[in-house]
Design a protein around this ligand. Structure first.
Ligand SMILES: [Zn+2]
Length: 469
């Protein structure tokens, strides 16, 4: 039995709404279906009932006036590390590449994340994501060590429910440190055992996992990095364990050239071939980054339907490179967008991420590389596909009412000929006015509903003192 939703949340999901008067609605779908035009959106019991122009409000409906706004599907962020929300712009890591950044920013501080401090980071991270219009977050959470960490999974689900975010807990962690990064060895934390890892995943699945097409709580199996976190012989066992429970698989892969070299030297193959040899490919698997991949690897990912989380800002910030997303999308790889932890980004915003994704591939390969509609598709429906949540990511009848309403009445947008493109083409700041997750009002007039901002600011300040020391 999964834990039932709280009475207040059940109540919040019952509202009947009519979002009226938007200048434009983007659907998240591909091609010609990407634009719905200036339509109204009727919401019944948390799901979209109707999209059409000129809808008349019913007696039992609350009208949300979206005049001067554009509406997008809520963004689906497919790779994040919420605990990093208290580790932005750590000086020691500002000019470091991935290896040095890991050793100087997150790893030395892992042991300082008490449950309270962790909750502060998670609350900050969820609030920041909601305020960019993000409604689903896949959190790759790896603060697990021998005898510690199980309570943090519960904390993630509790904090997400309190603020209304749909959460996919990608249950990370490692069962060996010997093969891990030197920076991790320096923490003196003891890795958990395989039994601890798998036992906790079983517990999380039983308690939280909702397999519905728009489930608000999901669990995925996500050892932190395949070649480091587990002995290779166990990778296949973990994949079989996940599939036996109907859970998806996620991990980091090919984030840097160093990683590709490591695989070539140690295993005499490319990283994608390595995971293929251990049953880690398929439509139930998605990898974060894939910055350095060969044409053969792209073909293998595409032919197996293996998904990817594109994290362009983090990859640029760490100097890792630019993932060949155009080639991957053309090869049939399901592409999605992730913020990655904000310790290597400084911005937990899917609008910022989408804006950068739209631009960076053009800088590299010309203006035909990306279109606004396609970037929205990657960041919404694409994310829903890799997470196995077909009931979210698009605005259409029957879909979960996850939507972001952007205020585009300001002077910054007065010259726009095609206002529907504004959040992606203009990027930040495109103010989010309202956000709904399965019909629940989670951002109202630019403020996160139910969040004590002053208290959170005080807690964050106190937490920084612990983490800076
Ligand atoms: Zn990551």
């Amino acid at each position: 039995m999964t834990t039932p939703l709280s009475p207040s949340l059940r109540h919040a999901l019952q509202g009947n709404l009519l979002v009226r008067g938007a200048a434009a609605v983007m659907t998240g779908r591909a091609g010609a279906a990407a634009r719905a035009g200036a339509v109204d959106i009727r919401i019944r019991d948390g799901r979209i009932a109707e999209l059409a122009a000129g809808l008349v409000p019913g007696a039992d409906e609350t009208v949300i006036d979206a005049t001067g706004c554009v509406v997008y599907p809520g963004w689906v962020n497919t790779h994040h590390h919420l605990f990093q929300n208290l580790l932005k712009a750590v000086p020691a890591g500002m000019n470091a590449d991935l290896q040095d950044w890991l050793a100087s920013v997150p790893y030395p501080r892992l042991a300082r994340f008490t449950p309270d401090l962790f909750r502060t980071a998670v609350r900050l991270g969820i609030a920041e994501l909601l305020l960019s219009g993000t409604t689903t977050c896949a959190d790759h959470h790896y603060l697990y060590h021998h005898g510690h960490g199980a309570e943090t999974g519960d904390a993630l689900f509790e904090e997400a429910e309190a603020l209304g975010m749909r959460l996919v807990l990608c249950r990370g962690g490692a069962i060996q440190s010997a093969g891990d990064h030197p920076g991790m060895r320096a923490t003196a934390l003891v890795p958990e055992t395989l039994d601890e890892m798998l036992g906790d995943i079983e517990r999380l699945k039983a308690r939280y996992h909702d397999a519905a097409p728009d489930g608000l709580r999901r669990v995925a199996v996500a050892p932190t990095t395949p070649t480091f976190s587990l002995p290779p012989v166990l990778l296949r066992e973990v994949a079989g364990f996940a599939r036996g429970m109907g859970l998806r698989l996620h991990t980091h892969l090919s984030e840097t050239d160093n990683y590709v070299r490591f695989c070539a030297e140690k295993y005499r193959c490319t990283p994608v071939q390595f995971v293929a040899d251990h049953d880690w490919l398929g439509p139930d698997v998605w990898f974060a980054h894939l910055v350095t991949v060969t044409p053969d690897e792209i073909r293998l990912l595409g032919s197996t339907g293996t998904g990817m989380a594109h994290c362009p800002v983090s990859n640029a910030r760490l100097g890792s490179g630019i993932a060949p997303v155009r080639a991957m999308a053309d090869a049939g790889v399901p592409v999605s967008i992730g913020v990655d932890g904000v310790a290597s980004n400084e911005s937990g915003s899917m609008v910022h991420e989408a804006n950068f994704a739209w631009l960076v591939h053009r800088a590299l390969g010309g203006a035909a590389q990306t279109r606004v509609e396609e970037v929205i598709h990657w960041g919404t429906a694409g994310g829903a596909q890799v997470l196995g949540l077909p009931g979210v990511g698009t605005l259409a009848p029957g879909q979960s009412a996850d939507l972001a309403i952007y205020e585009v009445g300001g002077l910054r947008f007065a010259g726009f000929h095609d206002i529907a493109t504004a959040p992606v083409a203009a990027g930040e700041p495109t103010p989010v006015r309202d956000v709904f997750v399965r019909g629940r009002h989670v951002v109202r007039q630019g403020e996160v509903v139910g969040l004590d901002v002053d208290k959170l600011r005080r807690e964050a300040r106190a937490a920084l003192e612990v983490l800076m020391a």
